[in-house]
Ligand binder design. Structure first.
Ligand code: PLP
Length: 423
């Protein structure tokens, strides 16, 4: 009997004892090919020597110093690294310990920005259905996954959910990409007209939707249109790249692939690759200037902001990705994976769609390909797939329908960037 409050109170878990490249090895010496990076986290696999050395080195010097007393070299260097590569004027980096905290920080920065700018009435946030932005209350409020939200609903306020850009189910058969983008843009404009643009603080979206839909990129032009509408109404655009960012789609920032510059970008997962818990919010110069000329302070904070060992690990992860040109491998292997999936499963009667970008791929399972009817969620198909795969030494990330009644089960694949064709 474990004293840990595990995710499931009904199931026991194998004990992971060692990492070996793209494999995790358990206490019985069984090897699992990590084809999903856990939850799209382990971008460098599990035994990268340069990252391990950087962590040891940092612990030998100073493991942690509270950020209200000190800065540290790895925190400064990691911020420089990210700011130099981020789109446009996203030059300030707020370090946290994970994705939900990165989203919470973005929401609070957006709110404080408008309060200090003299627009305190801006309190509404527009998000999208079938999205996931984290499990802390602010982040959960923005997410559109009904299963995750339902019992906490009374605590989740001032959020409005629009249609996701989910071509497989939402794009009409006679609709071109341009028409589809136009319709989704109109939906945003209508919501803005209803709430009053001057009352809205932010629009938040994942450039490639991860956990809730299974690697769904937007159709071309969608983000440009949303950026344009937000800018016209002074609404901040928050790109949640916690799952799809940091190279997962073949570019360091997925929003750059869309040709847009968000006001805030949230990153985590692939930032530290799981070697240490770390996330960050990248903030535009405009927001920072308002705070600098106003209170001079961001009204927020966590104990482990900018944890020196976590920053050292993340810096080593990012340097290794860059120096070994691993994003080229993400693009190449991502295309090979897509082709292999289509070859193996493209005609399967229960595979409705195979999609994604880079090493971020999703397989949507349907009861019927013609009608796209999803399986009954009570079948808990995703749990069975996960258990079967684990028995066979494979980690994949299946998820069940989100109770929206439209989307079904899907399997997410997000292998480490070091994956080879042989794997
Ligand atoms: N945002 C997105 C897009 C995510 O996929 C996740 C986690 O899956 C989060 C936020 C929350 O991140 P964390 O689990 O690190 O709090």
């Amino acid at each position: 009997m474990s004293h840990v409050l595990h995710r499931s109170l009904l199931q026991s878990y194998p004990t992971a004892v060692k990492g070996d490249g793209v494999y995790i090895i358990d206490a019985d010496n069984k090897r699992y090919l990590d084809a999903c990076g856990g939850a799209a986290v382990s971008c460098l696999g599990h035994s990268d020597t340069s990252v391990i050395a950087a962590i040891k080195n940092q612990v030998d010097s100073i493991a942690y110093a509270h950020s209200s007393f000190f800065t540290t070299e790895p925190m400064e260097q990691l911020a420089d690294f990210l700011a130099e590569r981020a789109p446009g004027s996203l030059n300030s980096v707020y370090f946290v310990s994970g994705g939900s905290e990165a989203v919470e920080s973005a929401l609070k920065l957006a709110r404080q920005f408008f309060v200090e700018k003299g627009e305190p009435q801006r309190k509404h946030i527009i998000a999208r259905r079938q999205s996931y932005h984290g499990n802390t209350l602010g982040a959960l409020a923005t997410g559109g996954n009904l299963w995750r939200r339902q019992q906490f609903e009374p605590l989740l306020i001032n959020i409005h959910h629009l249609s996701p850009c989910y071509a497989y189910r939402e794009q009409l058969s006679d609709e071109t990409d341009t028409d589809f983008v136009q319709r989704l843009g109109n939906e945003l404009e209508e919501k803005i007209a209803e709430l009053g643009g001057e009352n809205i603080m932010a629009f938040i979206a994942e450039p490639v939707v991860g956990a809730t839909l299974g690697a769904v990129p937007a159709v071309a032009g969608y983000f440009k249109r949303m950026r344009d509408i937000c800018s016209r109404h002074g609404i901040l655009l928050i790109a949640d790249e916690v799952m799809c960012g940091m190279g997962r789609t073949g570019a360091l920032f997925a929003s750059a692939q869309e040709g847009i510059e968000p006001d805030l970008i949230c990153i985590a997962k692939g930032l530290g690759g799981g070697y240490q818990p770390i996330g960050a919010t990248l903030v535009s110069e405009d927001i920072i200037a308002t705070l600098r000329n106003g209170s001079g302070f961001f009204q927020h904070g966590h104990t482990y902001i900018g944890h020196a060992t976590a920053c050292a690990a993340a810096l080593a992860v990012q340097q290794r990705i860059e120096s070994d040109h691993l994003l080229d491998n993400v693009t190449l292997m991502g295309e090979k994976l897509q082709q292999a999936l289509i070859q193996a499963l493209g005609d399967h009667p229960h595979v409705g769609d195979i999609r994604g970008r880079g090493l971020f791929r999703g397989i949507e399972l349907v009861k019927d390909r013609e009608s796209k009817a999803p399986f009954d969620t009570s079948l808990k198909l995703h749990a069975k797939i996960k258990a079967t795969a684990m028995q066979q030494g494979l980690m994949c990330y299946p998820m069940g329908g989100t109770l929206n009644g439209k989307d079904g089960d899907h399997i997410l694949l997000a292998p480490p960037y070091i994956i080879t064709e042989a794997h």
